[in-house]
Design a binder for this molecule. Structure first.
Ligand SMILES: [Zn+2]
Length: 169
C-alpha cells in the first residue's frame, strides 16, 4: 500500500501551472498518473500528440477543459471524464476563465512511438517535434523545455516551470 499527499509531490516542468507526477511516488507498475492545474491558456501537453501504445484518460475535477481532436474541439466539464485510445491525436487546453484541476491516467506505462505535432513557421505546416530540455542561462538550477521541429530543426516553443506556455512568438 502507498498513500500520498498530492501537494507534497514536487511540481514538474510542463505547459501547465501545476503538474505533479504521481507515478513514481505511488510506485504504480502499469498506469501513469499525473495531477494537473491549468491556468487559463495552459495545456496538458506540449503538442497535438498520440501514443502508439498508451491510452490516456482525463478526469476534470474543476473548470472546463477543451480538447483538440481530429473531430474538432471537445469540451470536458467539471465531473466529466474522457478517454483517448492509443493512436488518437489530442491536446487538452484551458480555454476558460477558471483554473482547471484534473487527474490524468495513462496505461500501460510505456508510450510506444509518440507523434508530437506542432505548427512550424519555417516549414509552413504542422510537423513532428521533439521536446528537449536545457538549463536556463540566468539560473543554473532552472530547467527550460523547448520544442524542436524534426524536419528543419527550428525551435517552435519554450517553457519554464509554472509559466504560461511559450507558444510560437
Ligand atoms: Zn520545421
Amino acid at each position: 500500500m502507498e498513500k500520498l499527499g498530492i501537494d507534497n509531490v514536487e511540481n514538474a516542468l510542463q505547459p501547465a501551472a501545476v503538474m505533479r507526477p504521481l507515478t513514481k511516488p505511488l510506485g504504480t507498475t502499469d498506469v501513469a498518473i499525473n495531477y494537473y492545474e491549468l491556468e487559463p491558456g495552459d495545456s496538458f501537453a506540449f503538442a497535438y500528440h498520440c501514443h502508439e501504445v498508451q491510452e490516456e484518460i482525463f478526469y476534470i475535477q474543476s473548470g472546463t477543459a477543451t480538447f483538440e481532436t481530429d473531430d474538432g474541439e471537445v469540451y470536458v466539464e467539471t465531473g466529466e471524464i474522457i478517454r483517448f485510445p492509443p493512436g488518437e491525436f489530442q491536446r487538452g487546453w484551458n480555454h476558460g476563465n477558471e483554473r482547471v484541476t484534473a487527474l490524468a491516467f495513462g496505461a500501460p506505462l510505456e508510450y510506444g512511438e509518440t507523434v508530437k505535432l506542432r505548427d512550424c513557421p519555417a516549414c509552413g505546416t504542422a510537423t513532428n517535434h521533439d521536446i528537449e530540455r536545457r538549463t536556463a542561462p540566468e539560473a543554473s538550477d532552472e530547467q527550460v523545455a523547448f520544442s524542436v521541429c524534426k524536419t528543419c530543426g527550428s525551435e517552435t516553443g519554450e517553457w519554464t516551470k509554472g509559466s504560461i506556455p511559450g507558444e510560437v512568438p
